[in-house]
Structures are given as C-alpha cells and as structure tokens.
Design a protein around this ligand. Sequence first.
Ligand code: PGA
Length: 255
Amino acid sequence: MAQKIVAGNWKMNLSLQEGLTLISETTNMLKDEKRNDAKVIFATPFVYLHAVRNLVEQTSGTYLAAQNCSEHTKGAYTGEISASMLASVGAGYVIIGHSERRLYYNETHQQLAEKINRALEENLQVIFCCGETIEIREKNEHIEFVQKQLAGSLFHLSNEQMKNIVVAYEPVWAIGTGKTASTEQAQEMHAEIRKYLSEKFGTETAQNTSILYGGSVNAGNAKELFACPDVDGGLVGGASLKSRDFTEIIKAYNP
Ligand code: PGA
C-alpha cells in the first residue's frame, strides 16, 4: 500500500513570519484531531527551511520539503542550492520537475534525472511532478506525454531507489486555475501512471509508490479526489497557504 501524503507547495509566497504562523496554526489544528495516517509536507522557499525546521519536527507526521535543487553536487554555480545543502538544513523531501520549472526555466528530462540523482545521493525523498498542458490533452496525447516524462527522468532508477520517489500528477491546465481534473480524469491518469511504473519496476514497486494529484485541490474537492483508488493524496498550491483550508484538505483522510 502506498503512503498517503498531503503536501503544501508554497511556491514563491509568504514572508517568514507568515510561514511560521501558517505551520503553527496548521499543526495546532491537527493536534486537536485524532490524526489520520497521511503524512503532511510543507514545501517552503529555500530561505525558510532552516527557520521552520524545529516547528515542523516538533509535530509527528509532518515533514519539510524544498521546491527544487541543483543538478550539480557543488561548485561555481552562483545562486544555486545543492541537495546536500537541503539535507544539512533539515529538508527530508524535494519537489523536482514542477511544471513551472519545466516551463519558465526550461528544465529538461535529462536535467531532472540528474537533480533526482543528486537528491537521492543525499537521502532526500523526491516528489517528482508530471502532467500535460491543455493542448496535449485536447489532442488526446496526455497519457503518452506523461509516460515520456516518467521514462525520461525516472526509468534509470533501481527498484530500491524508487522507494524514495513520490509521483505527483499535476495537469498544467488545472494548476492555479480553479479548474480541477474530474475524479474520472484523475483516476484514469493515476491508474495509467501506476501501470506504466509496474511495467518497468514490477507490481510491488508500483503499488507502493505514492501518486499524488495536484491542480486546484481545495477543501471542497479533496475528499472525492482522494477517494479515487489510485490517488494517494495531493500536492496543494494555493489552498496550502491558508491554515484552515490546508487542515481541511489533510482531514479529507479522516474516517
Ligand atoms: P494549485 O497548485 O493547488 O494552486 O493549483 C498546485 C501546484 O502547482 O503544486
């Protein structure tokens, strides 16, 4: 069985003080609940990781993620952040291949594969994002497109390494648009992703890989999306910036 995960991707939002408040409000609200077993991840801007670490580590079941890392180990790469730096400030996870990075920073399959290698070398867990644009979906090429993203950046890994990979399916047309994939669209793609992983890595690895849905997840639609058999949780952008909304999404896993 794949681990259930609800991850909040802050992107380039919030001040440090706002971020600290968001984490403490969220963890306080969760403390009052009988917690379900979904892992909760806060993917904060790099510069906040160290400062929020204690707050995140104080609450069981909550983890810290970065939103990107360099494909290089170290050296003369001004402005870049290495996977070992992330590990040294307490990040347990790193998001790699978000569509905004693919689009605005031209990140390629090969570059993402290298970033994943660097992250795994530092024992970080990777949240690997994939997903098609509206043009590709309209041409009915979405499944093939996502398969290429998976093959291009993950298929060099061993089964052992795949234990540290979480896949996040985020259709680009649903990100930040308020236009969520229907449960049928999400389930179809998640099942295809699992099938494709199983062809390469075997059934056990595929069954154990968490596949998250991302794209306009909110407190109102989380429960039905997370109820899809192949959806193991969510990668949440906008709605993760408000403690009440994010907590409601996490609570979608409550019985
Ligand atoms: P959104 O973003 O929830 O604001 O659509 C999701 C993401 O990009 O991870």
